[in-house]
Design a protein around this ligand. Structure first.
Ligand SMILES: Nc1ncnc2c1ncn2[C@@H]1O[C@H](COP(=O)(O)OP(=O)(O)OP(=O)(O)O)[C@@H](O)[C@H]1O
Ligand SMILES: [Mg+2]
Length: 335
């Protein structure tokens, strides 16, 4: 039985750009899927297809048990969406924006008011609640937009880069809000450029590149697949780099990389802490003074780099980032 969010073979092209090239996803109820991928990979397009804002050229999508293409209205009633760019009314205050959303969802005036106050507190916006949004900073808009997505608690939520532009404290707070939401049974698909965020929140991770899911699994599974612990050594003096490199070559697997300016050497190893102890003994025996040494396990960043060949914020694959076609895709919204 498909999960709360299910996609099979989603394809979407914009002119020559094949934004989605057969995306498959399956998110179990009450879990968080982290959708990762470099700029232009197709994350937002996937979210837009699943939230009925864009009609895929082909493929199948089921959200909250409803076929997205056959019954988009029913899907809209079951989902909440916070997009990559905040969608709030500039001329209304924060409080008015949230109350309006409540009313759109047919909440009674009093309930909408109470919910707005609660969310303004939760998102650190109480002080600015009665100012027009056009006076808000970027991070404040972002938070208001997220609050708006949470006015009613829909069973399925989509958040496209929810914490981009938030400072560390607000990001942490949002993580807490998300955790609470999910512990209450909400299913969440979230895209992010912060791999730490995916590590922290997502039960499962799908890595998208060139419009396809190229890897999926838990964070641990993906890290294990990338493989390899490594030993990192920072030697005290530049002159000791060559000697340390010799030691690492003897214990490590494959090439030893050297960063001259930081005096850091890195090599992949197998053998964990025991091997680390041997490396330390050998460096010591040779009188090589070290400032730092450690065994590093792969991070999600390493996974991402090894899978996609570039870091999260690297260049998009398509020079033609389609600003001009925005209006066009609104016409394509599923009706
Ligand atoms: N409305 C559009 N018109 C033309 N091309 C588009 C449109 N929307 C997306 N694209 C193209 O589709 C591809 C996927 O874009 P998408 O916005 O889904 O990427 P993304 O993974 O969300 O990237 P980012 O990390 O930068 O947000 C890109 O090459 C993009 O230029
Ligand atoms: Mg995007």
């Amino acid at each position: 039985m498909p999960g709360a969010i299910y996609a099979e073979g989603l394809v979407k092209s914009f002119g020559d750009v094949r934004a989605l090239d057969g995306v498959d996803l399956d998110v179990s109820e009450g879990t968080v899927l982290g959708l990762l991928g470099p700029n232009g990979a197709g994350k937002t397009t996937t979210v837009r297809c699943l939230t009925t804002l864009l009609r895929p050229d082909s493929g199948k999508a089921v959200v909250a048990g409803v076929d997205v293409l056959n019954d988009p209205d029913a899907v809209r009633r079951s989902i909440g969406l916070s997009g990559q760019f905040a969608a709030v009314d500039e001329y209304l205050t924060g409080r008015e924006n949230l109350q309006m959303v409540g009313q759109l969802y047919r909440m009674r005036g009093k309930a909408a008011k109470a919910r707005a106050t609660e969310l303004l507190e939760q998102f650190n916006l109480a002080d600015a609640a009665d100012r027009p949004v056009k006076t808000y900073s970027g991070g404040m808009r972002r938070r208001l937009d997220l609050a708006a997505a949470l006015v009613v608690s829909p069973p399925v939520m989509f958040m496209d880069e929810p914490t981009t532009g938030l400072d560390p404290r607000n990001r942490q707070q949002l993580w807490e809000v998300i955790k609470q939401l999910v512990s209450g049974g909400t299913t969440l698909l979230l895209t992010t450029q912060y791999l730490e965020e995916a590590d922290h929140l997502a039960h499962d991770i799908a890595v998208v590149d060139h419009g396809r899911v190229i890897a999926k699994g838990t964070s641990d599974q993906l890290k294990a697949r990338t493989g390899g612990e490594r030993v990192e050594v920072v030697v005290h003096e530049h002159a000791e780099i060559a000697g340390a490199a010799e030691v690492l070559r003897a214990f490590g697997k494959g090439e030893t990389t050297v960063e001259e300016h930081t005096r850091m050497l890195t090599v992949h190893v197998t053998g964990g802490a025991k091997l680390l102890a041997e490396v330390i003994r050998e460096l010591d025996a040779r009188g090589i003074e070290i400032d730092d040494i450690g065994l590093r396990r792969p991070t999600l960043d390493d996974v991402f780099l090894s899978l996609t060949g570039h870091a999260t914020a690297d260049a998009p694959r398509c020079a033609d980032e389609g600003v001009g076609q925005e209006a066009e895709d609104d016409k394509e919204a599923v009706t």
